[in-house]
Design a binder for this molecule. Structure first.
Ligand code: GRF
Length: 194
């Protein structure tokens, strides 16, 4: 996937909370010559802190409620098609997209996960990593498919776990690495033939 006719790739970022990865993506890709244009933020939480970046950066936001997943996914798809979105970046989006959604969207969906996949799929990664006395953890950017945290890996960043590392300190360390990793992985993905 490359810039379409020199045009930037319209991108939607999906969030559910804090949005620190969204923030780093916005600041990295606001440059004139960047390959993507973030023009939609989707959140399943009306009070997600990350939604503040929509206003600050003049990006459209779309808040949905997930009472009925099928109907909600249909609404999101329509919004994505209306906004001519060609790429989705999940950044702390706490809902699982159905295989039907992935099939219908037809275009790439990326996700960032706070572990060295294929290890530690799912939730509470830092807790499990520490309990298992791992020497390293990290983060992974991967393509989304219908199996949880299992799509093709694009890029990973390792971090070292120190003695007496806490869940909190590991989360902080991984998050800091993620803020560099996600933009780098997106660029790598766009310039390759994944
Ligand atoms: C990140 O650690 C990401 O890997 C995971 O959820 C967290 C989101 O953090 N999927 P933030 O909302 O981007 O600050």
């Amino acid at each position: 996937m490359e810039k379409l006719n020199g045009k930037k790739i319209n991108t939607a970022v999906f969030i559910s909370g804090r949005g620190s990865n969204l923030k780093s993506l916005i600041s990295c890709f606001k440059k004139k010559n960047s390959p993507i244009l973030i023009n939609l933020i989707v959140s399943n939480k009306p009070n997600a802190k990350g939604l503040n970046y929509a206003k600050k950066s003049n990006i459209k936001k779309y808040v949905v409620n997930y009472k009925n997943k099928k109907i909600t996914e249909k609404k999101i798809l329509n919004k994505l098609f209306d906004s001519k979105i060609d790429l989705i970046c999940l950044a702390g989006f706490m809902k699982i997209l159905s295989s039907d959604f992935i099939k219908k969207f037809k275009k790439p969906i990326l996700n960032i996960h706070p572990s060295l996949l294929p290890k530690y799929k799912g939730l509470n990664t830092h807790k499990r990593v520490i309990e298992n006395r791992e020497k390293y953890s990290g983060s992974t950017v991967h393509l989304v498919n219908s199996k949880l945290d299992s799509g093709k890996i694009i890029l990973q960043k390792k971090v070292k776990i120190i003695k007496n590392e806490s869940e909190k300190s590991l989360e902080k360390k991984v998050l800091k690495a993620e803020h560099k990793l996600y933009p780098k992985a997106i660029k790598k993905f766009l310039s390759s033939s994944f």
